[in-house]
Design a protein around this ligand. Sequence first.
Ligand code: URA
Length: 208
Amino acid sequence: MSVTVVSHPLVQHKLTIMRMKETSTASFRRLLKEISLLLCYEVTRDLDLTTTMIETPMQPMESPILDGKKLVFASILRAGNGLLEGMLDLVPAARVAHIGLYRDHKTLQPVEYYFKAPEDIVNRLIIVVDPMLATGNSAVEAITKLKERGASNIRFLCLLAAPEGIKHFAEVHPDVPIYTAAIDEKLNEDGYIVPGLGDAGDRMYGTK
Ligand code: URA
């Protein structure tokens, strides 16, 4: 298993402001977009490059270009969409999958209500995004669904992870590296990450 904590000072600073309970919905959303650019930069740091011949105004040159098929960003609805926007700004040609899972608040188990992914995901790198890796149930389920359709090259990107979620995730999908801005202390009895930032979906969309 591999867990990368993105310790970049800008990421850590923005995350602190997002955690603050007095941060407004507008600020939370703006910070999430900004942070997603930085996290996307890290999760794509080692993408394969090839070269192509181009002509600058001065002369021809062989210049680096991304190799392989277009990436797929897979957003676990609804909070995943908060990370998606910035990532698409950075990689505009990426394909997008939407996976609709909500957490049953009693059982904490994921319930699927939507799944739409590009048909040819087999040979693509898929970056699954969800701000909170709490119990890990939703992320595990989303990745299981992608693997059932042939995906094998998958990374998971989140903002905050709980140790319990990382453990569960790594037991089921040890081949999928996790990228996060922080690993928090624990889950509380309601399945929320503490100290955390509250309900990411509610905070970004102002629904509570
Ligand atoms: N989902 C959230 O939005 N927040 C948590 O703390 C856990 C799951």
